[in-house]
Design a protein around this ligand. Structure first.
Ligand code: FES
Length: 104
């Protein structure tokens, strides 16, 4: 007999040494369209795909800004200004000791 958990295996998108993540900045992975940020010792991976029509948002020190129609998002990905009406997606992050992996 087999136990079926129904959990899909997630793919490792990025593997990053914790020491490379700046304390209050962001690492930007343009090809994967992901920003990895650290705030209050919490590491977050945010998708750079705008939730309006899918353009790639740019990262500024304070926010994410979409060049296509002007949406802006705060550092947690919450909408500051539309037309986007949904926050940027957060990707799962797994702690693996001295590094983290971002899953897709
Ligand atoms: Fe980003 Fe339209 S695609 S605001």
């Amino acid at each position: 007999k087999y136990l079926v958990t129904g959990l899909a295996r997630k793919k490792v998108l990025l593997s990053i040494a914790k020491a490379d993540i700046p304390p209050h900045g962001a690492l930007v992975y343009k090809q994967s369209r992901v920003a990895v940020t650290r705030g209050n010792d919490r590491i977050t991976a945010i998708s750079l795909v705008c939730t309006h029509l899918g353009c790639t948002v740019t990262v500024t020190p304070r926010e994410f800004a979409c060049p296509c129609h002007g949406s802006t998002f705060d550092r947690q990905g919450r909408v500051i200004k539309g037309p986007a009406d949904r926050p940027l997606a957060h990707l799962p992050v797994e702690d693996r000791g001295d590094h983290i992996v971002v899953l897709a």
